[in-house]
Design a protein. Sequence first.
Lengths: 401, 401
Amino acid sequence: MVAPADQRTVRRHNLGLVLGNIAKGGRRSRARVSTETGLNPSTVSSLVGDLIEWGLIVEVGVEQDGSIGRPGRSLELNPDGGAALGVEIADDGVGVLALDLVGTVRYRAFISQDNREKVPAEVVAQAADLTAEALKAFRNAKIAKVCTIAVPGLVARGDVLLQAPNIGWNNVPVLSIWRERLPDVPLRIDNEARLASYAEMTMGIARNIGSFAYVSGGIGIGSGLVLDRKIYRGSHGFAGELGHTIIDRSVPPRSWGAQGSLQTLAGELALLELAGLPTDGRLARSDPDWTGREVARRASAGDARALAALDTVGAALGVGISNLYNLLDMEAVVLGGYFTHVAEWLKGPIERELNARVNAEHWAELSLRFSGMGREAAVRGAAAWSLDAILERAGQEGAEA
Amino acid sequence: MVAPADQRTVRRHNLGLVLGNIAKGGRRSRARVSTETGLNPSTVSSLVGDLIEWGLIVEVGVEQDGSIGRPGRSLELNPDGGAALGVEIADDGVGVLALDLVGTVRYRAFISQDNREKVPAEVVAQAADLTAEALKAFRNAKIAKVCTIAVPGLVARGDVLLQAPNIGWNNVPVLSIWRERLPDVPLRIDNEARLASYAEMTMGIARNIGSFAYVSGGIGIGSGLVLDRKIYRGSHGFAGELGHTIIDRSVPPRSWGAQGSLQTLAGELALLELAGLPTDGRLARSDPDWTGREVARRASAGDARALAALDTVGAALGVGISNLYNLLDMEAVVLGGYFTHVAEWLKGPIERELNARVNAEHWAELSLRFSGMGREAAVRGAAAWSLDAILERAGQEGAEA
DNA sequence: TTAATTTAATGGGACGCCAAATAAATTACG
DNA sequence: CGTAATTTATTTGGCGTCCCATTAAATTAA
């Protein structure tokens, strides 16, 4: 069922257009907003007037670029107009990142701890406390706030963490725990890889790319799909389980995963075993960067087993990615997680497989990239997602009143 | 870049809303349109007035349902308001289907011939001639016409058929050949499986399903992805190559396809070989239903090799579909092509694999269905796609003038 | 025959965009 | 140094579109 449109619809749309133009393009005059959006100057004046009145944007002096004519009055998002919060619950700790409306970091914190041994409700409460702390970085207490939590598992209906195998959580009612602590901060929950992909799209290596997949290497292999500039979640929110995808049915099963799935062939444990390193070492220590760094160290030193392991893992990953391309025909794949530490050795075998298997390759240039955000990808994506929510809601709600 | 909105935007939107309501819901009064769309009765009157003036809808008498009050005046799409044409170029022939705006079939034809031996340009010309013939079924020559061609291969930029392995075509400039013959009929080209999926969504077994995949079994295995009620084409139009997806890297290569791809393991040729039937038999005869019917006949008769072959093929297909579910989390998969003829034997092994491999299965009910449209799926989808194009364009263009 | 009910059309008001005119602030140039 | 040129922002008026309230029309119920 599609909603009918009326004048308010138009206003809302154009408010969002102006706000988005300033948010994405940065400081600029009304005149520039007018030419870039295609809206009439007088309309822009009117829209900007509303946005200023609501405290979303501010006038910050005049533009002094020495050009002819009356100088424009610079508009900017009001930094104190809102708090965009991102929280990450990972196996090795809890992190928080707070952005103001301009996108500058106001607060950043990370508590290192092994969440596999913790009680889920306590960790969520901890995250809420950390968020409350982050909010102190904002003077005005009455501003718009939104928080997004990145979790390493499946989320159902946007409120319950159904399953997070790496930290052993099941059916954690994240939203209701949160509401007890911070009832006035709206919360959204989403999968870690999905939010990381959002970070790559908004401020990472996948800017200006319409459709891509972010593939994160850890004990499991998660992925976030961005199709036509929108996060794709699937009908029930379970999309992107690339690690469970089967690429080699005939391979004998391993102790840590399904037979022939990408994650048993290219996950951290596979790499460790192939490289002759103890797999229980990774499980014991909770540093997610250890495997990548250690294998990279050995490969640099010329360790034959490490090099062979990377070739094998890269080939498996290449097959998985070729399946992605053949199904979804994206423009790029961004690799994150442990993959980034061993990028130089993975690139070759992955591209070898892509070349052999992807038909579209002949016509379309597909691009393989590695994330540059390291461990922060998920929190940053979460905060960016919150920021978008605030801006979107602002444009909508303003038009109501 | 997003376009600014103004009053015309609103009018266009609401025109589309009214037109769509009548198109999808069938004959109804202005009052009903008003309550169902949420538009004010007076607004609906005004919109309907325009649509009638432009010849898109007509008033057909009054509603005589015996209920109290003044009876409504029935509105309906004007059957003679447009011609929606669908053409299919398959390996075994060329078909055409013409719908009027109400969706009733006005013309239907199929020329049986082996297109592998034909010159591509001639076949396209043939299709154009057939379309010209179909147009004679419409009295008014000045109505809106749109034609969509379904082709068994990859289409680039919506105008060139890049590659159709089953009929051996490459780089056929379909659109320009068409323009020489029928310059006044706008043409769209798309992949056969993609259009078949559209048919399943609009009038087939996938009605009311938001996200699903149509998987078509032939010599190759093609698929059409519908995500959130929209056909997904990918960045370059190559999405849905499920057949090229690797599910069993370790399997020895076959003569007819890539090593371990779904299509070498579950395509027609694999089934024939496993069932002990000659594969060159299928290639020689150009009846796409032969394999399915023959194997079904043997399986019904208790032929052990045929039964074993179906089990093997079903298992491979099950793995391929489980990969689809794990990646895209759809609500259903619709099987078409030769699969429909052997549905009863495939269902078991497919569901076995899904059960074992799809994680989401625990929470979401996924559904496996078989197409009921047979060979007509693609043409019907093509015609339906044309119909939608006409209606959409009508709403847009009307508002311009 | 009258009342009740439902449908469709009509007129007035409000909203929001655009276009044109006006005011404001700066540079360019004789 | 003063005027012209240029660009920015605002104001005013007109127009399109939707909604609301009213009226007219067409039917059933009593």
